[in-house]
Design a protein around this ligand. Structure first.
Ligand code: GDP
Ligand code: ZN
Length: 449
């Protein structure tokens, strides 16, 4: 699959989100990147060609486009680039049809359209980045909130791979020593003090891994729970619904102060799926500035929501608020069903937060909606969970090795445990990597990354 992608191809893709931004770019990587990018391009200040990083301003003359198109081309010679290959970027106004035209121009001149994640795959294959960094790139792209973004950026900066690589190198040394001993030294000659030190060192290594696994774990906790946000007009009963859904059993984990209005959130169990439930503040104050800020806060919350529970109720003058959200991100809740039935049109889930009616059905509906929108690689199957698993296994292997040493076990057994631990660490940094893992990871990238 992915490993069959020929790195000798020059690949091209637009690298800005479709339809967004004032500037867009077409990125090229491969042996013909410069030649293709400079085809049809007239530099403002033509000069002798140089093999060094440079940005050239000029215009493109493209078939199908009458006026010359002003653009700049950034050029990097390989191999000290992100992909480890010759790289070019054509920067142009961010109009989608223009970028499509430029991309088409590159394809006509021999580039192949890049597969999702193929730029990063090349970076990985050329040894420019290891697997944890490749995943961090993915994390940055996928980040749904600041916490996830911070974690991904830290990982990108080597937060995980640096300590693991250092530990792995040290273990490789130890293994080499052990295996040398196996060949040349009689068991009886082995210095008992040195063995105790070795056991200590392995225990320390295991502790380091515990720590790293814990950091990945905390990232999972902040990243893993889908956000379900209660929205709707004031007095629809959002806060009371919030309490009914929380059942009072789950402690409220934080009451974060917005600048002026608070919102409450807590973890809530919906048919075995734990979601983060958020109660946005109603607009209840006459102060305009405060109102505006409250509305902004609520809009942010609903934007970031995986699911919005749009609450309405019969006793309000304007019971139904409108909200910007895709259908699969929206559940309509008709609260205070004890006061009146929902209108016949539209899909309403009837609840009474006061009487406790429909609350269990609402929980099930939330779980169904979230599970229904569950995308490949999202939520449960985060790659950090995979790394965490390997770190835990590696730590266990080091502890086994240490115990074997202290029990006076043979070096063969110690070496066996060390090798197991090294394999697990290798999976994290990508030194040992199967096509299956590669494919799972890189399939999730957007094209152009
Ligand atoms: P919010 O502004 O949307 O958070 O609404 P609240 O939760 O503060 O509720 C507004 C009012 O409606 C309060 O007096 C609640 O006691 C009442 N209320 C909430 N849910 C129900 C319900 O299911 N039935 C009835 N009869 N009253 C409710
Ligand atoms: Zn409220």
């Amino acid at each position: 699959m992915l490993s069959a992608f020929d790195p000798e191809d020059t690949i091209a893709a637009t690298a800005s989100p479709p339809g967004a931004g004032l500037r867009g770019l077409v990125r090229l990587s491969g042996p013909a990147a410069w030649r293709i990018a400079l085809g049809g391009f007239k530099p403002e200040n033509p000069g002798p060609p140089r093999r060094s990083p440079q940005v050239v301003a000029g215009v493109y003359r493209l078939p199908g486009l009458r006026p010359p198109l002003p653009a700049s081309v950034a050029l990097w010679p390989g191999p000290r680039t992100y992909t480890g290959q010759e790289l070019a970027e054509i920067h142009a106004p961010g109009s989608p049809p223009l970028l499509a035209l430029l991309l088409g121009h590159c394809l006509d001149r021999g580039a192949r359209h890049a597969q999702p994640g193929e730029f990063t795959l090349r970076a990985f294959l050329s040894g420019r980045i290891d697997l944890t960094r490749a995943e961090a790139v993915l994390g940055v792209i996928d980040a749904r909130n600041q916490g996830q973004l911070d974690a991904a950026l830290e990982q990108l900066a080597g937060g995980l791979s640096t300590p693991i690589t250092a530990l792995r190198d040290r273990l490789l040394d130890l293994l080499a020593h052990l295996e040398a001993n196996l060949d040349f030294v009689d068991e009886a000659d082995v210095d008992p003090l040195a063995r105790a030190e070795l056991a200590d060192e392995l225990d320390d290594g295991a502790k380091t891994l515990d720590l790293l696994a814990g950091r990945l774990g905390s990232r999972d906790r902040s990243a893993g729970h889908p956000r379900v946000v209660l929205a709707g007009p004031p007095n629809a009963g959002k806060s009371r619904l919030f309490n009914a859904l929380m059942r009072g059993e789950h402690a409220i984990v934080s009451a974060r102060a917005g600048t002026t209005r608070d919102y409450l959130n807590g973890l809530c169990d919906c048919d075995g799926l734990v979601v983060e439930l958020v109660d946005t503040a109603g607009v209840e104050t006459p102060d305009d500035a405060v109102t505006a800020q409250a509305q902004k806060l609520r809009a942010d919350e609903t934007d970031r929501a995986d699911l919005v529970l749009l609450c309405a109720s019969a006793d309000l003058d304007e019971p139904i608020a409108t909200i910007q959200a895709d259908d699969d991100r929206l559940l309509r809740v008709w609260n205070k069903s004890d006061l009146g039935s929902p209108p016949g049109d539209g899909d309403w889930l009837a609840t009474s937060a006061a009487a406790g009616d429909g609350i269990a059905a609402l929980r099930s509906a939330v779980a169904r909606a979230i599970r229904g929108q569950h995308r490949e690689g999202d939520l449960a199957t985060t790659t950090s969970a995979r790394c965490r698993d390997s770190l835990i296994q590696a730590a266990a292997a080091l502890r086994d090795a240490s115990a074997t040493i202290l029990d006076g076990g043979g070096d063969e057994l110690v070496a066996l445990d060390l090798r197991l631990g090294l394999d697990e660490l290798g999976k994290v940094t990508g030194a040992i990597v199967t096509d299956d893992v590669l494919d799972r990871i890189f399939r999730r990238f957007c094209i152009g990354k």
